[in-house]
Design a protein around this ligand. Sequence first.
Ligand SMILES: Cc1cc2nc3c(=O)[nH]c(=O)nc-3n(C[C@H](O)[C@H](O)[C@H](O)COP(=O)(O)O)c2cc1C
Length: 246
Amino acid sequence: MDPIQPSQAFSPEARAAVYRAIFERRDMRHFAGGQVEPETLRRLLTAAHHAPSVGFMQPWRFIRIQDRAMRERLHGLVERERIETARALGQREDEFMQLKVEGLLDAAELLAVCLADGREQHVFGRRTLPQMDLASASCAIQNLWLAARAEGLGMGWVSLFDPVELAALLGLPPGAEPIALLCLGPVHEFYAEPMLQQQKWARRQPLNELVFDEGWGCVSALFEPSASSGIAALEALVPNGQGQIA
Ligand SMILES: Cc1cc2nc3c(=O)[nH]c(=O)nc-3n(C[C@H](O)[C@H](O)[C@H](O)COP(=O)(O)O)c2cc1C
């Protein structure tokens, strides 16, 4: 990493810990049961609540689901959508059906994340881009995800569901929308790389194909081979070399 640091930078150890959480966070579908201590869960939700949000609207709402019968209903909802998704995929249907896409019945905790009702009242930041409320709630989920990784807990974001049916099951008011079922809890181990990459469904794209200078499609000088010494240092933090950065 760059030896000349801004005066407000964290210590090298603290910076390494931040990047470690980022690189070792995984979307988890296999869980080891167990439990999450209430104190830990409070910390994680507090981390989520400290996410940025457009106009500081804080559109996130969390529903903790502990009732087994409800969990099973939600699992049924996801299973139905999994089959619909497979059908919609056509050629890759069989390959998709081999993938594990949720751990709803095994995770210690299940949280539904919803967008609050009344979002239309928030004009600041949403006038031309109303989906910035979803972007804000996604930031909260990412905070939770990273904090969970640091706590040694796995998390999986499940979005394969019919939102209208899920809203009805959870008693959401008109205008509120579910965006995630989060499976959270102890895991035996974290996948060394995205499970969809392990299973050869998709690969991380080279970053130098995604960063442009000045306009769309103009390859960035930042990621030319001659300029990549800082990237090599960062890559050293990525477990098992899974994340070729450039
Ligand atoms: C908005 C969003 C929705 C997702 N929904 C699902 C899902 O329904 N089922 C699933 O298995 N993974 C889901 N994922 C996880 C992605 O598959 C995963 O993030 C991606 O494969 C990269 O793996 P990684 O998170 O371990 O880096 C979702 C991720 C995001 C950001």
